[in-house]
Write a protein that binds this ligand. Sequence first.
Ligand code: BG6
Length: 516
Amino acid sequence: MHILNSLDKAPGGNGDRKNLDTCSIVIFGASGDLTARKLIPALYHLFKENQMPATFRVVGFARREKTDAVWRQELRTALEQFSRTHPVDNAVWAAFADNIFYCVGDLTDDAAYSKLEARLSAFGDPALRENLLFYLAISPSQFGEVVEQVHRSQLLKREGPGWQRIVVEKPFGHDLASAHKLNHELTRYANESQVFRIDHYLGKETVQNILMFRFSNSIFERLWTRESVDHIQITVSEKIGVGERGGYYEEAGALRDMVQNHMLQVLSLIAMEPPVSLEAESVRDEKVKLLKSIRPLTSEDVARQIVRGQYFAGAVGGQPRPGYRQETKVKPDSNVETFAALKLFIDNWRWSGVPFYLRTGKNLPMSASEVRIQFRPTPNVLFAAQCGTQLDANALTLRLQPNEGISLHFNGKVPGMSLGMRPVRMHFSYDSEFGAYTPEAYERLLLEAIAGDATLFIRHDEVETAWKIADSIRTGWEGKPLTNREFYAAGTWGPIAADDLLATLGHTWHEPQVIK
Ligand code: BG6
């Protein structure tokens, strides 16, 4: 199973290649941003680190006419910009680029798929024609067409020979109904086991470490219940605004862009029950179970438990930022949320009564993702006279990015004659412990898809359950314009309403720490 295999690839590990099958990776949408920014750099690094199959091909499929040589050159130029290591290694690139090919064609044209088929057959090795990873870096509205076409041209089969897999990107639909439709379109010609839905958060080392941390450390696992945990906070804050993505963002908003996928994924890993094994289905069964135990939200609950926000003009790190309504392709009276904060309850045995606070937003003071497990306070009978009635409660922070690490916060006596106390922390940093080896999420995800391990991908019922939660929130917001308490200045930690949300239970948000 990959979580354990991935240990081999950690620094100090032996870097062994998994026994990966010879295969071709066919990228639909080869001229797009994702291919140049993420997919090719990820494949290049996998190749460089000897993680790719011994024999493989990458075939780009797109409409623009160009030769293999021109496409290789374009990718080489993009790699200069998007590679996570510099300089790009010329010899490695040359050897890698020999495996890259371009196939011109329109997604709706039958003949183009015959050409693709011919191209794959011409590689000579039957495995390069039969073991196929189709990466759909295209609009979801085109998924159905492509899947049908590759099926018709005999490139996609439910039962061998070889294996064929389809990798799809987010957004996977924009609500439950559209996600359901997409699931149906994908599984008309493929089995669910052939579909790999990406949430790039699951490719992050620190997100994968959540399960390892929880289930391999008895001191923490036994505290992971309502008896010890007071509440949990998950923050994914971003310094960037919506920038050039105004058009997309107007349709998405923070709820669809971040909460439905990344935030609920992190929540499910933090809160799920131990799986019966590390097999993909066992892990995903538990994640779905967890999502299903989130208490459903009525419109009244949404008004009480969910806060949205939108930034107005301000400054982030001293840099002036326009308001959301002034961004390109954004309506001047838009009510789209650039911030969302949620108070959720998980109605199961372990978490009954424990609030889970989630928040995410654009144009916040810093970019940081972290999970804070706040433990119950001790009875404050001994130190109240010296330290006041409020002793800091213990907390465990899992810093997902940047400055990846884990901190344990507790109280310590200030040295000296008095009984003064203050919070102190023990900190584990990935960098200091393991060195600065941080593979990009896409490297791990592509590798897992090539290996056929679906653990880090979202199952159909998981994506639909998450949409059900997002839809109930959207329904609660429908027809309600933003109020004054829901606006925040760019560069602040979100609207006042988000603070009110926690204050009702006497809680406050903990800002991610600046870790140097
Ligand atoms: C994407 C969202 O899925 O995740 C973006 O569409 C967001 O709006 C990004 O900025 C955040 O990802 P990361 O890896 O930078 O935390």
